[in-house]
Ligand binder design. Structure first.
Ligand SMILES: *[C@@H]1O[C@H](CO)[C@@H](O)[C@H](O)[C@H]1NC(C)=O
Length: 218
């Protein structure tokens, strides 16, 4: 029995090492407050500030204290406390967003290449859904005080179907989860993806593609 358990542990460990799906690496020191100013050194993440110049404020942030302005085409706004706005997070492997929604607001289909997302609805009610790589759609209406989880890299959205504003807090196991917003990626990239490629992909006329592109600055 013991040897079976040991074999299982070994297999888990081997799979873990081989897996391309790992969260941020473990830190090698207490902290490494990001020096965002350094431009001549590029590393995976950000270089550390000198410990002698690290201050208390490096470990506190007001990035999420104010609601984002939802007066835009999606009627939602994502505000990030990631390593770029909160340098104390550098090497610590986690970050947080607030997502504000006007009534009818949508955080459009998107994915985070480097993190799993754990969300909490603080106010209101959201339809939250994601699509697995087997193309199965999982969704639920999430109420105030309830959680949801979005497995790493999968396309997902949150939609405020209610008549009130909504607010969600989302947390990530990466200091910089990254975001690929489906409509912006496909129709708003610079330079633009050739319309014939998108017409073929979506099985519509190029005219339709151009119309969508025009909504996203192309
Ligand atoms: C989100 O809110 C911030 C703060 O009000 C604002 O500066 C930004 O332009 C907003 N983003 C969008 C996409 O509306």
């Amino acid at each position: 029995m013991e040897s079976v358990a040991r074999l299982f542990l070994f297999l888990c460990f081997a799979l873990f090492l081989l897996s391309p799906c790992r969260s941020d690496p473990d830190p090698l020191q207490d902290f490494c407050v990001a020096n965002l100013q350094t431009s001549d050194v590029t590393v995976d993440g950000f270089p550390c500030k000198q410990t002698s110049s690290v201050v208390s404020d490096d470990f506190f942030s007001t990035a999420l204290s104010k609601a984002g302005n939802t007066d835009n085409i999606f009627s939602s706004n994502v505000t990030s406390a990631d390593v770029r706005s909160f340098p104390g997070l550098n090497t610590l492997g986690l970050s947080m967003n607030r997502v504000d929604f006007a009534p009818g607001g949508l955080n459009p289909p998107h994915s985070h290449p480097r993190a799993t997302e754990l969300g909490l609805v603080l106010h209101g009610q959201l339809l939250v859904g994601f699509i697995s790589t087997s193309n199965v759609f999982y969704s639920k209406i999430v109420n105030e005080g309830e959680n949801f989880v979005i497995p790493r890299g999968l396309v997902h959205f949150q939609y405020n179907m209610g008549k009130e504003k909504a607010l969600a807090i989302t947390t990530f196991n990466s200091q910089l989860p990254g975001v690929v917003v489906a409509p912006l990626t496909l129709f708003g990239s610079k330079p633009a993806i050739p319309s014939e490629v998108l017409a073929k992909a979506f099985q519509v006329d190029q005219q339709v593609v151009n119309q969508i592109k025009s909504k996203f600055g192309n």
